[in-house]
Design a protein around this ligand. Structure first.
Ligand code: KIV
Ligand code: ZN
Length: 530
């Protein structure tokens, strides 16, 4: 093993999916996992199996599908660990990832009850024992066990040394040090890793990992500081999505190590040419738009606006370019397809963009492609990504589908909408008025489905270029304090709005259905058994 090799642990499907408003269907997760495999990540964290039947199934399908280490998250509870094992057991390279909370703030906050001990000292002892027991239990199922000390960034170093030593003693082969709240400074976080390397007696038996959140915008800097002080695994996500302000961004840590190899000797095995496709896929499926000025993958990351910069670039690209766009897979020339492109041409472009297209789906996609090409003469890569995303929305659990929409509006008339919605059993049709046509459409859908939701936000933008551009609508609705996101895409933004609203309702339905299933499933029995 090369001592300078850095392993990339991608947690887009677990921590990334915990981004507010993000939601990925099971088929989207599998598609992203295939793309992560192409990107050549070392480990994919596919989800938190005990948390819902959908999470369980996603971890199971991903573990069985890819030839990469697949991790499933588990709290330090027998039920969680057993569920992770059950989801991973037929996988090619399974890893159980378990964690306990180790900072005083977390211990006092989460283990306030006297049964965990009366004083902080006693509670810390309980957590130490939980750490040992959970890692040892996970180890009874498989060799590859990762342990995380949640909120390690704010954990007392003496206690953290004891915790890490105990987890390794119990069999952990990777020790993850998360800066869960994104609180630390790079110098401080780096020093913590160096201190663990120095003080933990059995540290050579495990790989140290870092998992940094971005609350102060320091996640990437902290991850790199961890590497410079002895960590050899970075936990990160595509586009930096994740809880609150997100996780360290995969593309940024990887490219920082690659571009500055004059300065640091650490390297990853990431195929950087696949970064752009991965970023686009995750953005499309998660519904989380990449900001234009985002490093590496933002629309402006390689754009040169001012005359002085453009002039410099024409004379010598190195004047204002520290890496070439092609290195991260940003295409140099735009490939255009049109209504005369054949099925084969479409399939090969989709494959180049990272999509896996079973033969039986090709004809359906091709028909949609031709319909779009009739409306929009030139079809670019972004149009194809959206076409695939639309299709994956269809392949995902769909309780309600838009069958028909008609609207009426004008300067002197009351906006009115009529919708017909296809459910598993019937067609439901209703009309309603509203303050505008979008409001009328949402009212008609609510009336047809006999429901009422609170609309949290509504966002519309054009996602491809030209007058016939595809419009994207992102709708967020809220029920019982849970937010559900839906995206709709169409050359007609009212139709896109109706589809987005229905998709949010589909996610809501799926969530409450899987919650009900959970209360009757074996997953619930095993979590309650602990
Ligand atoms: O941020 C965090 O501490 C986590 C752990 C579960 C690894 O996501
Ligand atoms: Zn995290």
């Amino acid at each position: 093993m090369d001592k300078n090799r850095v392993y990339i642990f991608d947690t887009t499907l677990r921590d990334g999916e915990q981004s507010p408003g993000a939601s990925l269907s099971i088929s989207e997760k599998v598609e992203i996992a295939r793309q992560l495999e192409k990107l050549n990540v070392d480990i994919i964290e596919a989800g938190f199996p005990v948390s819902s039947p959908a999470q369980f199934e996603a971890v199971q399908l991903v573990a069985n599908e890819v030839n990469v280490v697949v991790a499933g998250l588990a709290r330090a509870k027998e039920g969680d660990i057993k569920a992770a094992y059950e989801a991973l057991k037929h996988g090619k390279k399974p890893r159980i990832h378990t964690f306990t909370s180790t900072s005083d703030i977390h211990i006092l906050g989460k283990f306030g009850d006297d049964r965990y001990g009366k004083t902080l000292e006693e509670k810390r002892k309980t957590v130490l024992k939980m750490t040992y027991d959970s890692v040892a239990y996970a180890k009874s199922f498989m060799k590859d066990v990762e342990y995380s000390a949640e909120d390690a960034g704010r954990t007392d170093i003496g206690y953290l040394v004891d915790i890490v030593e105990t987890a390794i003693e119990a069999g952990a082969t990777t020790i993850n040090i998360p800066d869960t709240t994104g609180y630390t400074f790079p110098s401080e976080f780096g020093a913590k890793i160096a201190e663990l390397k120095r003080r933990v007696k059995n540290i050579d038996k495990a790989i140290i990992s870092v998992h940094c959140h971005n609350d102060l915008g320091l996640a990437v800097a902290n991850s790199l500081a961890g590497i410079e002080n002895g960590a050899r695994q970075i936990e990160c996500t595509i586009n930096g999505i994740g809880e609150r302000a997100g996780n360290a961004s995969l593309e940024e840590v990887v490219m920082a190590l690659k571009v500055r190899k004059d300065l640091v000797k650490y390297f990853t095995k990431i195929k950087t040419e696949e970064i752009y496709n991965s970023s686009r896929m995750v953005s499309s499926y998660s519904g989380i738009v990449v900001q234009p000025n985002k490093a590496i993958v933002g629309d402006n990351a390689f754009a040169h606006e001012s005359g002085i910069h453009q002039d410099g670039m024409l004379k010598n690209r190195q004047t204002y370019e520290i890496m070439q766009p092609e290195t991260v897979g940003v295409p140099k020339t735009k490939i255009v397809l049109g209504r005369h492109s054949g099925r084969h041409g479409l399939k090969s472009r989709l494959t180049e963009l990272g999509f896996h297209l079973p033969e039986k789906e090709l004809q359906k996609i091709y028909e949609k492609f031709l319909t779009l090409a009739d409306k929009k003469k030139e079809i670019y890569d972004d149009d194809l990504r959206i076409l695939m995303e639309e299709s994956s929305i269809k392949f995902a659990a769909s309780f309600y589908e838009l069958d028909y929409l008609q609207i009426h509006s004008g300067t002197n008339s009351i906006p009115t909408a009529t919708v017909r919605i296809k459910t598993e059993k019937e067609l439901l049709q209703e009309s309603a008025t509203g303050d505008g046509v979008v409001d009328a459409t949402f009212n008609a859908i609510e009336r047809a489905l006999n429901t009422k939701v609170s609309l949290e936000s509504y966002f519309v933008r054009s996602v491809t270029s030209g007058r016939q551009a595809l419009g994207e609508v992102i709708v967020k609705i809220k029920k019982d304090d849970v937010v559900f996101t839906g995206r709709g895409i169409s050359t007609d933004i009212i139709e896109a709005s109706a589809k987005g609203f229905l998709q949010a309702l589909n996610h809501q339905e799926q969530y409450f259905k899987s919650k009900d299933e959970l209360s009757t499933s074996y997953l619930s029995e095993i979590s309650q058994a602990v």
